[in-house]
Design a protein around this ligand. Structure first.
Ligand code: CDP
Ligand code: CDP
Length: 221
């Protein structure tokens, strides 16, 4: 599959990865991989099965056997639409707990590679450029200040009618960042050949324009 184009977008929580990945993929007609959704589902499924999130091999067995499908942007686990549950901050925290186990990362590796299909893929997460698609044609590392990210998440939740508290949101977000950066297995860090993009003061349209420009510069024709 090495000839199938891939763009990776990695970065901390609420930096805008998912939104940017969707926009860029839509423009290019590419497939999207929201790798965080896989870790979120693994955390949720393990929790529901009563498996301790500290039990790497136990969670990995659950992750390897997930009956998960994506249909029209919805995540379906064993016939149940879990899309809303997946987006909860509590699920994000469970995801980052199980994501620290190398066995869990290994169990989800092939599943992620399977998303590499024609005409191309935009993959977002923490280690898309460093570990899963190291040969990607363009790697973006997206960041924004913690304050900006907390404000974005706050607005996103309030917009969905979910009550939220700025201070606890920012604390959760910084705790998750610290765990994702500090772990030994595929920590959150830019690939050596990544384009760094701090979008704190940018609109989604501006970031999208930059990424599409970089992608065009890399095309041989
Ligand atoms: O996927 P990730 O957690 O990195 O972030 P996201 O869910 O794509 O974006 C978090 C929120 O920030 C969304 O509501 C975006 O619309 C918003 N956002 C923004 O307001 N301005 C940007 N330049 C990027 C994202
Ligand atoms: O949307 P947000 O950026 O908040 O989170 P996400 O991308 O859905 O990821 C949830 C958690 O899964 C992260 O905090 C990471 O611990 C983990 N994750 C990972 O380890 N590797 C990935 N490629 C994607 C997510």
């Amino acid at each position: 599959r090495a000839d199938i184009p891939v763009i990776t977008i990695d970065g901390p929580t609420a930096s805008g990865k998912g939104t940017l990945a969707d926009e860029v993929a839509h423009q290019l007609g590419y497939i999207v991989l929201d790798s965080g959704a896989l870790y979120r589902t693994a955390g949720l499924a393990a929790f529901r099965a009563g498996v301790s999130l500290d039990d790497g091999p136990g969670v990995a067995r659950i992750a390897a056997g997930l009956d998960l499908h994506f249909r029209k942007g919805r995540a379906i686990l064993q016939g149940e639409d879990i899309s809303e549950l997946l987006r909860e901050e509590a699920t994000g925290l469970m995801a980052s707990q199980v994501a620290a186990h190398p066995e869990v990362r290994q169990a989800l590796h092939q599943l992620q590679l399977d998303f590499r299909r024609l005409p191309g893929l935009v993959a977002d997460g923490r280690d898309m450029g460093t570990a899963v698609f190291p040969d990607a044609g363009l790697k973006v590392f997206l960041t924004a200040s913690a304050q900006t990210r907390a404000e974005r998440r706050y607005k996103q939740l309030i917009g969905k009618g979910i009550s939220a508290n700025m201070e606890s949101l920012r604390a959760d977000l910084e705790a998750r960042d610290a765990r994702d950066k500090g772990r030994a297995a595929s920590p959150l860090k830019p690939a050596q050949d990544a384009q760094l993009l701090d979008n704190s003061g940018q609109t989604i349209e501006e970031s999208k324009g930059l990424v599409l420009g970089w992608w065009q510069e890399r095309q041989p024709f």
